[in-house]
Design a protein around this ligand. Structure first.
Ligand SMILES: NC(=O)c1ccc[n+]([C@@H]2O[C@H](COP(=O)([O-])OP(=O)(O)OC[C@H]3O[C@@H](n4cnc5c(N)ncnc54)[C@H](O)[C@@H]3O)[C@@H](O)[C@H]2O)c1
Ligand SMILES: CC(C)[C@H](C(=O)O)[C@@H](O)C(=O)O
Ligand SMILES: [Mg+2]
Length: 351
């Protein structure tokens, strides 16, 4: 078994180091290989996703990804920007299903942006489509006849793209509380009308799952008003991006939310995937040793579960994180004073 580790930019390498300490402590005999990605790769190799990095990811059993994004690169042509690396990996590796769980950890209710009694009910999974939508449609800027500049991004979903993510979401709901909420903007967008029609067609194959539909603006409000109503949410690429950052503050911090990006390729022990925190490279705190590494460590747990079939080890890592939180070990993002490596120490002690 080989894991490709792509630390990336900003806090990426800092949090990756803690996840790799946890992996080493598990002593599973798994090989790791590290490669450059993002702004770091651009500065060294002239491209945010060098061919060697993509090859390494392709030939691995799973990819552990830190974060990309570098303010020095914000004025580069779009195809050279660090963010293109993660979009390129998701697309080239066919990782269309993004699982973003948000669960309230015991003892952290007071850190939620919501009232503790509202926050304590949060146990939801956002299933975000990851290979389509306005992210991957044609985009450009042009000058109109009257001289005004115009920018456009083409939003689309084909029915097979909706169908395959709907199946992932229905199956996820079957393994949880059996409730699926499809979030769209069908009152305005044709893309969303097709999305809703196809989700309803797929629902016929899952009579044991209770399907509901919600407009995205209402969903954003309901996530704050009564997040306990949600079990599984399935939504498109853009809405899923936004709602998952919002869900993170409902459970206390963006430094807690892990994710799995899965496709169809099987590894023999599970499904090939890329695992990363939902947050970015956090340039505002990079290099200060205060980033929360828990989302990264929990992403490693998801990797062990989904790609390597190591459920027991995954649960062990998750339990160590929740015990550290229950014991009050938190960094600045959660009102505490522990630094990145102290949080790592605390998780290791509890493994
Ligand atoms: N998958 C990715 O690699 C990814 C995801 C999101 C954003 N980005 C990129 O990251 C860069 C910064 O973006 P942004 O500032 O909008 O979002 P961000 O998620 O990097 O940071 C938002 C805020 O959350 C804080 N934060 C994030 N992760 C944290 C952690 N682990 N511990 C403590 N605090 C944390 C940051 O300090 C910042 O105040 C941009 O270049 C963006 O494009 C990359
Ligand atoms: C960096 C960016 C391309 C990415 C996205 O929008 O998918 C990020 O925000 C995420 O949530 O993983
Ligand atoms: Mg995002």
């Amino acid at each position: 078994m080989m894991i490709a580790c792509l630390p990336g930019d900003g806090i990426g390498p800092e949090i990756m180091a803690q996840a790799l300490r946890v992996l080493a402590a598990l002593d599973l005999g798994i090989e790791t290989a590290i490669a450059d990605v993002g702004g770091t790769a651009y500065k060294k190799h002239g491209h945010p996703l060098p061919p060697e990095t993509l090859d390494l990811a392709r030939t691995s059993d799973a990819v552990l990804f830190g974060a990309v994004g570098d303010p020095d690169c914000d004025n580069l042509e779009r195809h050279l920007r660090p963010e293109q690396a993660i979009l390129g990996l998701r697309s080239a590796l066919g990782l269309f299903a993004n699982l973003r769980p948000a669960t309230m950890f015991k003892g952290l209710e007071h850190m939620s942006a919501l009232k503790p009694e509202v926050a304590s009910a949060i146990d939801l999974l956002i299933v975000r489509e990851l290979n389509g939508d306005v992210y991957f449609g044609e985009k450009a800027q042009r000058v109109l006849e009257d001289g005004r500049r115009q920018g456009f991004d083409f939003m689309s979903y084909a029915e097979d793209e909706v169908r395959r993510i709907a199946h992932v979401a229905f199956r996820a709901a079957q393994g949880r509380k059996g409730r699926l909420c499809s979030v769209d903007k069908a009152n305005v967008l044709e893309t969303s009308q097709l999305w809703r029609d196809v989700v309803i067609e797929v629902a016929a194959e899952y009579p044991d799952v209770e399907l509901s539909h919600m407009y995205v603006d209402n969903a954003a409000m309901q996530l704050v008003r009564n997040p306990g109503q949600f079990d599984v949410i399935v939504t498109g690429n853009l809405f899923g991006d936004i709602l998952s950052d919002q869900a993170s503050m409902c459970v206390g911090s963006i430094g807690l939310l892990a994710s799995a990006a899965l496709g169809e390729r099987q590894t023999g022990k599970g499904t090939f995937g890329l695992y990363e925190p939902i947050h970015g490279s956090a340039p505002d705190i990079a290099g200060q040793g205060k980033a929360n590494p828990m989302a990264m460590i929990l992403s490693l747990a998801m990797l062990l579960r989904h790609s390597l079939g190591l459920e027991e080890q995954a649960a062990r890592v998750e339990k160590a994180v929740s015990r550290a939180l229950a014991d009050g070990i938190t960094g600045a993002d959660l009102g505490g004073s522990a630094g990145t490596s102290e949080v790592g120490d605390a998780v290791l002690e509890r493994l």
